[in-house]
Design a protein around this ligand. Structure first.
Ligand code: BES
Ligand code: MN
Ligand code: ZN
Length: 501
């Protein structure tokens, strides 16, 4: 799919379809008004007759209007001013896309004149459209014998004023990079556990490094992890025939001397719970327990495509959590790479076990910041539902940067407290800590556990248990938090560029 910016009078656009907006009470947006004028009042007549109301979500396609080059005009309802939040805008983008897709046309132009969103930020609006149109066109067929019909839509053009064109071009570049990252994250997360194993994740990382000269990859096997003393990470894969992997990707976008930022993803390619076996209902969804790893892969890809001027380390702690005769048992005690010991009271609290050793490992890069991303706790779904990512951090500035990035990228997070008061829930009579802290505040105690391994650097934890995938009929991976992470890194890269200018 090609995205492009076009200028010029809307009535002269040659395209299969031109999309224009109408506000509530039938008030034509500027491009709609221009079309109205060019067609001697065609649209205002339909407003008059009540066929166009401008209600949010209204979609009307008109054919072959006299005086226009475009073959179709799609009039979309923008609704009232308070109906232009991100969620409305996203719905609108989805509705336009599915309508255009259904019509089977090859090209469309969109002229929403900035009114469709409540934010007067042309870059942001254009980028969002790119991301959301791409997401709407995503179709999974990797494991179907009948492949999805190819998408006929080849070109989407955004009509912008000449002065906004440069901004728009930048939005297309960033939008496509982020959209590709989201697509890749969804694709790898949607694959079943018998295909997407820790070794498969390693292959994906190798493939990414092959397509981007700026990315290098190193895969650590179990023997190497043993050598490093990663007793916690290794304990998780003990019951599985699939070997665990530590996947280390390095993106170099600036002076090699500059300290990197780091992303660390939970890559449990299937979480049965281990000996603390999960109940059967919806256990299939635990193939998504590598959603954090998927978002690290997706964000690395987006960062490389945007050529951000920073250095970045992406680490994936990959293992399969299975019961078996060699599996870790409740009560077993392991020694982490940090030297701290852990009493594993519940083998289903495995994410923190793989992450803690990966977090110790990234310390060697003296990172400027470390973000881990994990489908870590069911408790996060209880706390925040399926809207917000849970955010916990040992650094308030870092937390704020991530919250802001999430807001801007429409991939929002919400902070929970990481107070020391919660730490004692992890007390153990037999080891330095237990791997569970009881039912209260499960998301916080999980982060408390991780915080014991991240004292040396600025760190934040993103719990994506509630947002990484949709259940039910729309079952599928979402690609969250690729937009948030990409935005955070984009902001860092831009701040640096500004400081250097
Ligand atoms: N991967 C799960 C968390 C999860 C569960 C994410 C359901 C999304 C949906 C994680 O490994 C887990 O099992 N966590 C336990 C922790 C508990 C044993 C302290 C949980 O949340 O129940
Ligand atoms: Mn688990
Ligand atoms: Zn898990």
């Amino acid at each position: 799919m090609d995205f492009e910016i076009v200028n010029g009078p809307v009535e002269a656009l040659e395209t299969d379809c031109i999309v224009v907006g109408v506000e509530a009470e039938g008030k034509l947006a500027p491009s709609a008004a221009a079309l109205d004028k060019a067609t001697s009042g065609y649209l205002s007549e339909l407003v008059e007759s009540g066929d166009i109301t401008g209600k949010a979500g209204e979609l009307l396609t008109l054919f072959k209007l006299p005086g226009l080059k475009a073959r179709r005009v799609m009039v979309v309802g923008l609704g009232k001013a308070d109906e232009r939040k991100d969620r409305h805008y996203r719905k609108l983008a989805a509705a336009i896309t599915s309508s255009v897709k259904k019509a089977g046309i090859a090209s469309t132009a969109i002229a929403l004149d900035g009114l469709a969103s409540d934010q007067e930020d042309t870059y942001r609006q254009t980028r969002q459209l790119v991301e959301w149109i791409t997401a709407e066109l995503y179709q999974y067929d990797a494991t179907k014998s009948k492949k999805a019909d190819p998408i006929k839509l080849e070109k989407v053009a955004f009509l912008l004023s000449e002065e906004d064109t440069e901004l728009g071009e930048g939005a297309l570049l960033d939008g496509v990079a982020i959209a590709n990252g989201v697509d890749s994250a969804r694709e790898v997360a949607n694959l079943p556990g018998n295909i997407c194993t820790p070794s498969y994740l390693a292959e994906r990382a190798i493939a990414l490094a092959e397509t981007h000269d700026s990315i290098q990859v190193e895969i650590l096997d179990e023997a190497q992890m043993e050598e490093l003393g990663m007793g916690a990470l290794l304990s998780v894969g003990r019951g599985s025939a699939e070997p665990s992997k530590l996947i280390v990707m390095r993106y170099t976008g600036t002076d090699a001397e500059e300290k990197p930022h780091a992303l660390v993803g939970k890559g449990i390619t299937f979480d049965t719970g281990g000996i603390s076996l999960k109940p059967g209902a919806a256990m299939d969804e635990m193939k998504y327990d590598m959603g954090g790893a998927a978002s690290v892969l997706g964000a690395m890809e987006a960062v490389a495509e945007m050529h951000l001027s920073l250095n970045l380390v992406g680490v994936i702690a990959a293992a399969e959590n299975m019961p078996g005769s060699k599996a870790t048992k409740p009560g077993d005690i392991v020694t982490t790479m940090s030297g701290q010991t852990v009493e594993i009271l519940n083998t289903d609290a495995e994410g923190r076990l793989v992450l803690c050793d990966a977090l110790t490992y990234v310390g060697r890069y003296e990172p400027q910041s470390v973000i881990d991303i994990a489908t870590l706790t069911g408790a996060c779904i209880i706390a925040l539902g399926h809207e917000a990512t849970g955010l916990l951090s040992n650094d308030d500035d870092l937390a704020e940067s991530l919250l802001d990035a999430g807001d801007y990228a429409a991939d929002r997070a919400w902070q929970l407290p990481l107070w020391d008061d919660y730490q004692e829930q992890l007390d153990s009579n037999f080891a330095d800590m237990a791997n569970i802290g009881g039912r209260p505040a499960g998301t916080i105690t999980a982060a408390c556990f991780l915080s014991r391994f991240t004292k040396e650097y600025r760190w934040a934890h993103l719990d994506i248990a509630g947002v990484a995938w949709n259940s039910g009929k729309a079952k599928g991976a979402t690609g969250r938090c690729v937009p948030l992470l990409s935005q955070y890194l984009l902001d860092l890269s831009e701040q640096k560029d500004l400081a250097e200018d």
